[in-house]
Design a protein around this ligand. Structure first.
Ligand code: SAH
Length: 389
């Protein structure tokens, strides 16, 4: 599809701030993102053209809106940047369209059931947020209604009406958030209908997604990214692979069929629990997950004489650390595949890898977030020996 022919505009764009749709064409945006990557990475290796989205709209599989009042109307939308004023948004161009339609219906139902909308200033009222998650390949849809208190008047009729109007919904969860906080979800959840979670299929594997689980918001491009990571790892079936900063284990699991053994290392114990459950439900036996700091765990491995053939890392925006790079070098992988969501920290880290004997071979951006400033990039490195760069 030629996206220049379908470039769209959104009249909330200046106020909402979530995207910059309409400022430039999608092709121009991809070229700009490539330039941003080049700025930090070009001195280490060539940068390929961005892998852009086929259709750069309605890609977000996770959609959130806050409820509020405007005069006598119940509205759902987002806070105007830097304020507590709600901008009612309909038909957002980057969010899933079914999710937008459900949000509109729930807003109408709140009005017709005469439920109170939560007021941030007074702390009174019930309905706070709505969160929708969709499995793009399974089409399963989860609606999370975030309320300020457990008691939900007319709950059964409300749910029945919502399901009647949107039979595509597969599960409905009530989450209770009574805290004065900017966090959307509170700690307690009650399943009101269905399983309480959805599933999605990514790279042929089935993942369970709970209301608060981390999951890539752009499923189609996550697959493009993971496939590139698998290709870059050049696995023959004999390798030990480390998936550092592994989250719920999606990348490592996608590589397991082509490797001898995979070790996923992740600091967050909840994510590790999800990762283990996901490995089990996909019958993957050559993967193990450890809840640990990636640097410490790899250092221990090297001290015990263990080695790895490939290291994949996907750190947060702050990037990696010099100690991490040393720990990687100590387990002597032939190849390192670096997935980054921040070209600037990536550039800094490539310098450390270069000093440790790893030469960057190629970099490519994969656009996960069309019409936003977020840039995702993958770099392949090869061990060349110290001083040979
Ligand atoms: N690779 C995953 C998610 C990566 S997000 C995916 O594609 O889905 C980055 C992850 O790094 C987060 O889950 C965070 O908890 C984890 N993390 C942050 N610091 C860490 C550290 N020092 N050691 C191990 N994991 C860490």
């Amino acid at each position: 599809m030629n996206t220049t022919e379908i470039n769209k505009s959104c009249h909330y764009v200046k106020k909402c701030g979530a995207c910059h749709i309409g400022d430039r064409t999608y092709e121009e945006e991809l070229a700009e993102k490539k330039r941003q990557i080049e700025q930090f990475v070009k001195k280490y290796c060539p940068v390929k053209d961005m892998a852009g989205m086929y259709y750069p709209y309605h890609y977000r599989n996770k959609v959130h809106a806050v409820f509020g009042r405007k005069k006598d109307e119940v509205v759902a939308g987002t806070y105007e940047e830097g304020t507590h004023r709600i901008i009612p948004i309909k038909n957002c161009l980057i969010e899933d369209a079914q999710a937008s339609a459900i949000i509109e219906t729930v807003t109408e139902l709140i009005k017709s059931f005469k439920l109170w909308v939560y007021n941030e200033d007074t702390g009174r009222g019930l309905m706070r947020h709505i969160l929708i998650r969709k499995g793009m390949s399974t089409k399963q849809i989860m609606v999370v209604l975030v309320t300020a208190a457990p008691d939900f008047p007319h709950k059964n009729n409300f749910i029945a009406k919502l399901r009647e109007l949107h039979p595509e919904i597969t599960t409905i969860v009530q989450n209770i958030n009574s805290q004065d906080t900017t966090m959307v979800l509170g700690e307690k959840s009650k399943t009101l209908y269905g399983a309480g979670y959805i599933e999605d299929v990514l790279c042929g594997l089935r993942f369970r997604i709970s209301p608060s689980s981390f999951y890539q918001v752009n499923s189609a491009q996550a697959q493009v990214l993971y496939k590139k990571a698998i290709q870059a790892a050049m696995l023959s079936g004999k390798e030990t692979v480390i998936d550092a900063y592994c989250g719920i284990g999606t990348i490592g699991m996608a590589m397991a069929a082509k490797a001898k053994r995979v070790i996923g290392i992740e600091l967050n114990a909840d994510a590790v629990r999800d990762a283990k459950a996901n490995a089990k439900r996909n019958h993957i036996e050559n993967i193990q997950f450890v809840a640990a700091d990636a640097t410490e765990y790899m250092t221990q491995m090297s001290e015990q004489g263990e080695r790895a053939d490939v290291v994949v890392l996907d750190p947060p925006r702050s990037g990696s650390t010099q100690e991490f790079v040393k720990a990687v070098a100590a387990i002597e992988p032939k190849r390192v595949v670096y997935i980054s969501c921040n070209p600037e920290t990536l550039g800094r880290d490539l310098e450390w890898f270069q000093k440790a004997g790893y030469k960057a071979v190629e970099a490519q951006g994969v656009d996960m977030f069309a019409f936003t400033n977020h840039v995702e990039v993958i770099v392949v490195m090869q061990y060349c020996g110290k001083g040979k760069n």
